[in-house]
Design a protein around this ligand. Structure first.
Ligand code: E4P
Length: 242
């Protein structure tokens, strides 16, 4: 399973890249705003350069579907590894599936975003989206079974040989990462604080502390034994070490 970072924070991206853990990055206008990236195109370019050749999702910011195609082409021109995020429907509920078909046909990879149901996810895949983002946290907020939805969509993709990859998004708790993985998501996009929680464990810290303390005790014992041996040697006038 791949791990994407759901962030526009450059320091966090650098840090997790150093650990070898980043397979891609996802953003949206809310994440950009939260991370102080008011100049979205500049930050998107910076992220793309930092993580290339890994994919970076950047979202269109319009309800108009013709405008989405134009924005999508422009966004994709910023860097070769940019994937364009298109919402499955706009604010008026109009399907944006034709936008996916048009962009993918012209070589622009699309991440169909804000999918909250089985129907939306499989139609996104059928329209040719490279990635289908299932907003697991929002599905759960809405009272539905997010891992169950991911599992059903993953099964459908497998059954029909669809190349689309599921991105489990909208992570709300560290356990969502495990749930998404077990349900068959190809990718989980994770805000960095949840990865932090995922790697930490207070008992691991205690365990390591115990080993380090015992290593220090063993060293002290060894030094004491060596000192005794040196003293014995001196007393015997060097006979002991001959
Ligand atoms: C990622 O691609 C999504 O935009 C993001 O995970 C949405 O998260 P939210 O539901 O917390 O806004």
């Amino acid at each position: 399973m791949e791990i994407f970072l759901d962030t526009a924070n450059l320091d966090e991206i650098k840090r997790w890249l150093e650990y070898g853990l980043v397979d891609g990055v996802t953003t949206n206008p809310t994440i950009m705003l939260k991370d102080g990236a008011y100049h979205m195109s500049a930050r998107a370019r910076e992220i793309a350069a930092l993580v290339q050749p890994r994919p970076v999702s950047v979202e269109v910011t319009t309800n108009d579907r013709r405008e989405m195609v134009m924005q999508g082409r422009q966004i994709a021109s910023w860097a070769p590894n940019i994937v364009v995020k298109i919402p499955v429907i706009n604010e008026q509920g109009e399907p944006c599936l034709g936008v996916v078909r048009e962009l993918e046909a012209s070589g622009v990879h699309v991440n169909m975003t804000a999918c909250l149901s089985y129907g939306q996810a499989i139609l996104a895949a059928k329209a040719g989206a490279s990635y289908v983002s299932i907003f697991a946290g929002r599905v759960a907020d809405d009272g539905h079974d997010a891992p169950g939805l991911i599992r059903e969509v993953a099964e459908w993709l497998r059954l029909w040989g669809s190349p689309a990859k599921i991105i489990a998004a909208s992570v709300r708790e560290a356990v969502n990462i495990k749930d998404a993985a077990a349900a068959g998501a190809h990718i989980v996009t994770v805000p960095p604080p949840f990865l932090e929680k995922f790697v930490d464990h207070r008992y691991s810290r205690e365990t390591v502390r115990g080993f380090n303390e015992d290593a220090a005790r063993a060293l002290a014992q060894m030094e004491e034994l060596q000192a005794i041996a040196v003293r014995a040697d001196r007393r015997s006038g060097g006979q002991a070490s001959r």
